[in-house]
Design a protein around this ligand. Structure first.
Ligand code: MN
Length: 254
């Protein structure tokens, strides 16, 4: 099995390094990741300046080919598959992100977008995030994802399978189980802090605290709070199939 690793926290982020150390035990491993943090860049790609890929050496894994790219997570996956890797990977894993990617937040996530790029290129993918920002311990999440990647391979899964995984920042014995569940809803209140700059002009800074409006108990947002690992199969097709037929009934004319 050949696995491409990437992330949005940057090539030297702890989560990606922990992941590399586990994945290299089970697969031929390559790392192509942004040269600096690209969190919340969504599915952006770089079109108006050149991309450069610089070879990087992880001291803990000098045998793993790794490149730092001056682009977005989606750029990294595209460039890896189309230009850098000697052969196509069988699986793309993006992460381990510092902080959860739950519910509607996946739309902003560079971590998830890198995984989506894998699927767009016909390679199944896993996005993995640790639900902790301040004191992350990636050890168990890395171990868990390596097992999941092996299972993924055994099931010989469909080429467009995309799993969004969130792991609570708990000791393995404290984790309450694995929830296979849909995405929930995440909303933030007081999203912008309004301040004044030294010249007296107003500016806005995106801040905001999370408010939990999620009432449905069968979602990733609810399950992570219960101390469970969440796994959601997602897809890049945004079509609202439920409404497609009704919209035809509008009989929109030229
Ligand atoms: Mn990130």
């Amino acid at each position: 099995m050949r696995i491409l690793l990437t992330n949005d926290d940057g090539i030297f982020a702890e989560g990606l390094q922990a992941l590399t150390q586990e994945i290299k035990k089970i697969a031929e491993t390559y790392v192509v990741a942004p040269d600096h943090e690209q969190s919340a860049t969504g599915h952006a790609i770089t079109m108006h300046r050149p991309l450069r890929a610089e070879k990087v050496r992880y001291s803990h894994s000098p045998e793993v080919p790794a490149w730092a790219v001056n682009g977005t997570p989606a750029d990294c996956v595209k460039l890896a598959v189309e230009a850098l890797l000697p052969q196509r990977p069988d699986l793309v894993i993006s992460g381990i992100n510092r902080g959860a990617n739950l519910g509607t937040d996946v739309l902003y996530s560079g971590t998830v977008s890198a995984a989506i790029e894998g699927v767009i290129l016909g390679i199944p993918a896993i996005a993995v995030s640790l639900a902790e920002y301040h004191n992350p311990d990636y050890t168990y999440a890395a171990y868990f994802v390596a097992r999941l990647a092996q299972q993924h391979c055994r099931h010989n899964t469909k080429k467009d399978l995309l799993l969004n995984v969130n792991v609570p920042n708990l000791k393995p014995e404290e984790i309450k189980g694995v929830a296979i569940c849909p995405l929930g809803v995440r909303q933030y209140k007081n999203a912008f802090a309004k301040r004044k700059d030294p010249r007296g002009r107003e500016y806005y800074w995106l801040a905001g605290e999370l408010v939990d409006l999620e009432e449905n108990e069968d979602t990733d947002v609810a399950a992570i709070k219960e101390g469970k690992i969440t796994i959601t199969p997602i897809q890049p097709d945004l079509t609202d199939f439920a409404f497609l037929e009704e919209l035809k009934e509008w009989k929109i004319k030229l």
